[in-house]
Design a protein around this ligand. Sequence first.
Ligand code: HEC
Length: 169
Amino acid sequence: MHRIATLVGAALLAVTATVHAEDDKIAFPENYRATYTNYLSLDRTQNPDQVIRLFANDIAMQGPGDDGKLPYGSILVAEVYKAKLDAEGAVITSSLGQRISDKFALVAVMQREEGWGEQYPDGLRNGNWEMAAFKPDGAKADKDLNACLACHAPLTDTNFVFSYQHLLK
Ligand code: HEC
């Protein structure tokens, strides 16, 4: 009886594992500021009070291949900043009409490797990409990675990358 309970428990664990992002696959990309390319920085398009700076490793900077996908080994890093607010809590913009970066909040990472992502159902699967979220000091950030996957998953025409056109050669 105990054995059956253990088996059922293990099976349940396996099912749960298949629908949750595996946040231990991606290591914090040490030194990315020195070794990656900052290919784009912008006011976030879906977050009214954030700024984002995007970095790509050399493999991702090669751009999509003939299959339209970034090569295996591609790593994209998004530095997320809170935008500076005025005393009333409204977002300030500069004379350029841009938000001003304030607190460095999160290092969001996407990495594409052969065989990755196969455990996810439709709606969460991002091809062979996995996601991870770190604090600026490199410690794991407590984020629901399924939310990351769900928002990027519809982008099937651009290999699940919002800034895809900025990586085309
Ligand atoms: C509600 C939608 C949404 C969610 C949730 C989301 N993202 Fe994104 N992500 C975007 C958008 C939109 C961009 C493009 C830049 C911008 O406007 O913020 C982006 C850009 C990125 C990029 C740069 C590559 C690209 O796609 O352009 C990475 C890396 C990234 N996100 C990782 C993550 C991670 C990791 C999480 C979860 C912690 C996450 N995202 C959650 C919408 C989302």
